[in-house]
Design a binder for this molecule. Sequence first.
Ligand SMILES: Nc1ncnc2c1ncn2[C@@H]1O[C@H](COP(=O)(O)OP(=O)(O)O)[C@@H](O)[C@H]1O
Ligand SMILES: [Mg+2]
Length: 266
Amino acid sequence: MTNEQITYKNENYPYQSEDTDKRKTVILIRDVYKSFGDNHVLNGFHMKLHEGENLVVMGKSGSGKSVMIKCLVGLMSPDRGYIEVMGKEIANLDRQTLDELRSDIGFLFQGSALYDSMTVRQNLEFPMRRHKEKLGVVQDTTPLVLEALENVGLAHTMDLMPAELSGGMKRRIALARTLILKPKIILYDEPTSGLDPITSKEIIELMRSIQKKYGTSSLIITHDVDCARVISERMILLVDGINYAEGSYAELSASKDPKVEAFFKK
Ligand SMILES: Nc1ncnc2c1ncn2[C@@H]1O[C@H](COP(=O)(O)OP(=O)(O)O)[C@@H](O)[C@H]1O
Ligand SMILES: [Mg+2]
């Protein structure tokens, strides 16, 4: 494997570079910039997620991964650049259309908290109430709640309170909560952070089984190399605010570029 086989940022790269993947593009980020005062976080970031793909974006802590994901779902506006999700340009959407679009996107955000005063069932019912128009009138929520919980192996926790669950279980419930709306895309922001290695593995396995079952497109933001190795079909390394390198785990981990190598050093 040589460095030539890895696509690097250059004048022509990236989105103009040849995209041999024939699957539909569900997320397109083109030349996005975002600064906070003198802190230039994103400096021309490009990204494409294909339908059914598992894409990992890896970057050091503070490199702008969460900022990128927030721009993607319209929680933050980029200073410049173009962002499209399922064919819709995020910047142009009115409140209602953005909300509808968001109901097709599942989030598992860093420390995505459950409501402590609600049971597991009530936590899962919450997004159903918020996105009524998507599900229509649901007379009995139990089958939907059960299906989502079964997907994460926690059907028996339906009537428990979050305080009665371990950290790993809470993360799985949070995942079940994103599944309840049957999202087409799932965005994972550091899904394994703060979990022990065994629990991390369980979460990664769940992410894989969910993707298989529903054919979801997944964008996984992480700095966990093991997570990236197991789950990624393709990886993008976010360095200095750009998509510095792009390729499979095998390609990138064999790279001799110092900035790329730095990610894989144990
Ligand atoms: N709302 C904000 N206001 C000011 N600075 C921010 C804001 N959000 C993020 N930043 C800064 O942007 C940089 C990238 O943050 P973030 O995307 O959270 O990093 P990470 O890659 O760890 O997710 C950091 O320097 C952070 O301090
Ligand atoms: Mg982050």
